[in-house]
Design a protein around this ligand. Structure first.
Ligand code: GLN
Length: 487
């Protein structure tokens, strides 16, 4: 049924859909048989899971939604793809995205924009969010069971919020990035989009393993330290039925919040209070600088990562003479000039500028400092201390602080596609960056965060908003649990 949907509805969610024929149908039947015998390989045995097209698959192309990679097929699978296939899951095609993950609306794609399966109240097409918009749309439209995306600054959570799905970004370093095309290494995470927090947790538990091929994968001893902390008597009760302390950051109450987002936030807090949890105002003073910090660090790392797409090492080589001295005769500039889209070029220029000798201290180093302050803000409000920064002799928990933070995923509902795509003089290419204001802080701090859909009654029928739960580093299971409580 899922595959039929891929063809019936053209949301442009897929760059490479699953083929209509082929051995995957046999694999579904085999998995059904195993399930009937009570012996499935895993909770996703025989399930179709779509993969964002910046994650390498051996059998299908990996384009990153870029012209420069339109002919690229990886000789290997990303670790996450191998892990899912070993658990019996079936790759359900490659999903559309903003080129190389750069964007918030999935309109910066060489293959055209993704359409959100949910339209606005006047029936207009709206953004599916980005950059994992194809992943989120494929789940929202029942074209697959779940999807694997990437989240560098919100790219799994924002599309989840816009499409009414659940999007989870785990703590940095838990899921392998081997075979995931890098955007900004120090921020990149693999994230999961599903219909429920329970489905997302099942997939997270399969992928949450050390991978020696990924140098940023959290080591086994560090994983043991996290496990010991969350299982300690001081922290374990939070995962059972103990009342939780919920933090509401006062700095997140920005004027740009629309009334439906505000109501969804209030409704979620009221719902948790009714279940016996308590709500507390907290302060994260440096988060107001998080967005600009992210947009210095992200492009800086990206400009370095994208240097390898030059038509020699990677990328489709541009036609024409090769460096014969004429301005249009250069292989490198022709390949990159024709192969990259506008937003990618903008970020390469920005990143190259902030990394240049004269500007490095002013921008990159300064942004690194602010990033540290954002991390410290979170550490100052979470009751659980950062499990990798705490001394063995210290208490793991402080009183009077909070277990999780709850805030909106995005300040407003998705914009209309036609407004986003129209060119007008009063529009700045920086406008969409504002949509990431609530997602980038957790990215800068490497924290686990989930977006769950919350429906609120509105004047023109029910309205939807994504509500985000953020936890301390390593508190992924708690974040998933609170996400489940909000469903
Ligand atoms: N919208 C953000 C950006 O454009 C986040 C993207 C992402 O998480 N991949 O950088």
């Amino acid at each position: 049924r899922c595959v039929a949907n891929q063809y019936a509805h053209n949301f442009n969610a897929f760059i490479t859909p699953l083929s209509r024929t082929g051995s995957w149908q046999d694999r579904v039947r085999e998995a059904d048989a195993r399930r009937e015998e009570g012996n499935p390989k895993s909770p996703v045995d025989g399930r179709l899971i779509s993969i964002k097209d910046n994650i390498c698959t051996r059998e299908l192309p990996t384009t990153c939604a870029s012209k420069i990679l339109d002919k690229f097929t990886s000789p290997f699978n990303a670790t996450v793809v191998d892990q899912l296939e070993a658990a019996g899951a079936i790759v359900a095609g490659k999903t559309n995205l903003d080129e190389f993950g750069m964007g918030s609306n999935s309109i910066n794609s060489h293959f055209g924009p993704v359409r959100n399966p949910r339209r606005d109240s006047s029936g207009e097409d709206v953004s599916a969010g980005g950059s994992s918009g194809g992943s989120a749309a494929s789940v929202a439209a029942d074209q697959c069971f779940a999807s694997i995306g990437t989240d560098t600054g919100g790219s799994v959570r924002l599309p989840a919020a816009y499409t009414g799905t659940v999007g989870f970004k785990p703590s940095y370093g838990l899921i392998s990035r081997w075979g995931v095309v890098a955007y900004a290494n120090s921020l990149d995470t693999v994230g999961i989009i599903g219909k429920t927090a329970g489905n997302v947790r099942d997939i997270f538990n399969i992928l949450n393993l050390h991978d020696q091929r990924d140098p940023t994968s959290l080591s086994i001893p560090s994983r043991s330290r996290i496990q010991a902390a969350i299982e300690s008597p001081q922290l374990a009760s939070r995962l059972n039925s103990a009342p939780l302390r919920i933090g509401v950051p006062k700095e997140y109450n920005v004027s740009e919040l629309t009334s439906s987002v505000r109501r969804a936030w209030a409704l979620s807090l009221a719902h948790l209070k009714k279940q016996g949890h308590t709500v507390h105002s907290v302060s994260l003073p440096d988060t107001k600088h998080a967005l600009s910090t992210y947009y210095v660090l992200g492009p800086a790392e990206a400009s370095s990562n994208l240097a390898k797409f030059d038509g020699v090492r990677y990328g489709s080589r541009a036609e024409g003479p090769d460096g014969d001295g004429k301005p249009d005769g250069y292989l490198y500039s022709n390949t990159r000039g024709q192969g990259f889209g506008q937003e990618v070029k903008r970020r390469i220029v920005l990143g190259t500028f902030t990394l240049s000798a004269g500007e490095f201290d002013n921008y990159f180093i300064q942004a690194q400092r602010v990033r540290r302050l954002v991390q410290q803000d979170f550490n100052a409000v979470f009751a659980a201390k950062h499990p990798l920064e705490v001394e063995h002799t210290d208490k793991l928990i402080r009183e009077h602080d909070v277990d999780v933070i709850i805030c909106p995923t995005a300040p407003s509902s998705p914009s209309r596609l036609k407004d986003l795509m129209s060119k007008s003089a009063d529009k700045s290419p920086l406008d969409p960056y504002v949509g990431d204001v609530f997602t980038v802080p957790a990215s800068l701090a490497g924290l686990p965060a989930i977006s769950v859909p919350v429906t609120v009654p509105g004047e023109e029928g029910a309205e939807l908003a994504g509500i985000q739960v953020i936890g301390q580093y390593g508190d992924d299971q708690l974040v998933l649990k609170v996400g489940e409580m909000l469903e």
